[in-house]
Design a protein around this ligand. Structure first.
Ligand code: SAM
Length: 250
């Protein structure tokens, strides 16, 4: 998968060299390009923003640098064989970023991110590229960050761990919170590792029983309890057919 990020703070993306994403890059599973938007400014001050039409506080990012940057990134990608780009525009007014969307994006070969600053990017940029390729306006939560770079890190990490061969154990994301399948949209329950006792605290006996059926049932019960406590909205949106008789008695 190819990833391009255009930003006025390229150094903000340095964590993409670390841990899981860094290893995926080193192994060639992810091909990451971070670009400085100011490379596509032509005035002495490398201006990327201007006052908003209609007045009001704050500044808006200008069409010119974004258009030139995205044209150049697209030309480079096509030249080197990348195809089917998708533009990801981080914005608090976008659709919520979910595990389902992470799965969808992990199946695309080329993602281009446009993290903004100030009051965001002149709308015409999104409209222009939406006429040429799929555009996802994505919010990572109901709060406002100072810029979209942190959102790029969030989306990239969630997507990268789903790529084939990136996680050591491919099954480990299948039991995650929100994963489609047996635990359909439930949060994952508590997890434990050695030693079996720590500061007088043991672990649930069932986890030592070696009985796979009972362990699976216990995990599902705990997932249901945790989801009911922390995210009742998820329970309400579950398909009732996903629950069995024992679930309904809880
Ligand atoms: N005026 C904008 C609004 O109210 O929707 C907020 C602009 S914010 C200060 C600057 C940039 O940070 C946004 O354009 C976006 O790139 C990024 N950003 C802020 N909050 C975000 C969120 N919850 N999800 C994704 N990106 C966000």
């Amino acid at each position: 998968m190819r990833l391009d990020v255009v930003t006025i703070f390229p150094e903000y993306l340095e964590p993409l060299d670390v841990s899981l994403v860094g290893k995926a890059r080193a192994r060639g599973q992810l091909n990451v390009h971070v670009h400085d938007l100011r490379a596509w400014t032509y005035d002495r001050h490398n201006t990327v923003d201007d006052t908003p039409y209609g007045g009001g506080p704050g500044m808006v990012m200008k069409t010119g640098p974004w258009g030139d940057a995205l044209d150049s990134v697209l030309a480079d990608g096509y030249e080197t064989g990348s195809r089917e780009p998708v533009l990801i525009v981080p914005t608090p007014s976008g659709r919520p970023f979910t595990q389902e969307l992470a799965v969808e994006l992990s199946e695309r070969p080329w993602l281009i991110f446009t993290p903004a600053r100030y009051e965001g990017i002149d709308r015409r940029v999104v409209d222009e590229y939406a006429a040429r390729m799929p555009v996802y306006e994505v919010s990572i939560g109901d709060y406002v960050l100072a810029g979209g770079e942190a959102a790029v890190l969030v989306v990239t990490e969630a997507v990268a761990r789903l790529l084939p061969g990136v996680l050591g154990n491919a099954e480990s994301h299948q039991d995650d919170s929100f994963a489609p399948g047996a635990m359909a949209n439930l949060l994952e329950g508590p997890v434990y590792t050695k030693p079996p006792e720590w500061r007088g605290r043991g672990i649930p006996d069932v986890l030592l029983s070696g009985h796979h059926g009972k362990i699976a049932r216990w995990r599902r019960d705990e997932a249901l309890k945790r989801t009911t406590r922390n995210r009742p909205d998820l329970i309400e949106s579950c398909d009732p057919k996903a629950f069995d008789k024992k679930d309904r008695e809880m």
